[in-house]
Design a protein around this ligand. Structure first.
Ligand code: NAD
Length: 240
């Protein structure tokens, strides 16, 4: 029997990397992408391939660029799960943000979900099954000051998820999102240790989540019953 296959975007570190480990452990073949750290990603792909006896392909690609996403999909002939994880944040006043910065955040976080879904859907239709998991944020649910573009991109992902789930349910393709709270990854490296401690103090669980917990939930959602679709599931330690 052939292994199931997952594509995880932005898998060189943080949540994407942790999710890749969970899928590898379960015997999935992996396609992993990153925007710059291809050596680190290749190293990880080689180590997962030999440790779990799976096929693991590392690809350098900007998921906010449709030509790059087409190049990724030119290598994929079969797919069971798509995890749209690649994302960037931008902290600052909206009035200080340039149109280029706005487009970069929206392109990386939201356009990418359109590009990958558009190209994954024909593969899923062939087998009348497939799962799309979009990585969102609590800021997409409630909005954050100083993170307007990021919040808009994640709010867009939430609406995209609900709408596409309705469109694809008749074809037995499930589309869900996970809205993470504060997860301890490099994305939060812009904050000082005091700011992170203050943040943790605001969270009822009294800490940030770990990338491993986030990766675990992504994998578990991929195993959920097919009747679960169109949902934005929040994991934030009781924060928001
Ligand atoms: P991270 O910065 O550690 O990792 C981001 C990954 O995305 C990296 O592998 C990077 O190479 C990749 N990436 C960035 N731009 C890309 C592009 N244009 N094309 C391809 N890959 C690209 O961050 P993380 O915390 O692991 O974030 C993963 C996802 O989780 C993001 O979508 C983020 O918005 C979301 N999220 C994170 C938090 C948090 O607190 N860390 C909270 C909520 C949601």
């Amino acid at each position: 029997m052939t292994n199931k296959t997952v594509l995880i975007t932005g898998a060189s570190r943080g949540i994407g990397r942790a999710a890749a480990h969970c899928f590898a452990q379960a015997g999935y073949d992996l396609y992993l992408t990153c925007i710059s750290s291809i050596d680190r990603l290749r190293e990880m792909a080689d180590s997962l391939s030999s440790r779990y006896d799976i096929t693991c392909t590392a690809i350098l690609a900007d998921m906010g660029c449709y030509a790059d996403v087409e190049r990724v999909f030119s290598q994929i002939s079969d797919l069971d799960v798509l995890v749209n994880n690649a994302g960037i944040s931008h902290v600052g006043l909206l009035s200080d943000m340039s149109p280029e910065e706005w487009h970069r955040v929206l392109g990386t976080n939201l356009d990418s979900c359109f590009y990958t879904s558009k190209l994954a859907i024909p593969l899923f239709l062939q087998k009348h099954s497939g799962k799309i998991i979009n990585i969102s944020s609590v800021w997409g649910n409630v909005g954050a000051s100083m993170e307007v573009a990021y919040s808009a991109s994640k709010g867009g992902i939430n609406a995209f998820t609900k709408a596409l789930a309705k469109e694809l349910a008749p074809s037995n393709i499930q589309v869900n999102a996970i809205a993470f709270g504060a997860i301890d990854t490099d994305m939060n490296a812009c904050f000082t240790s005091q700011e992170l401690a203050d943040l943790a103090a605001e969270i009822p669980a009294d800490r940030l989540g770990t990338a491993e917990e986030a990766g675990q939930l992504i994998f578990q959602l991929s195993q959920a019953p097919e009747y679960l679709t169109g949902q934005v599931i929040t994991m934030d330690g009781g924060w928001i």
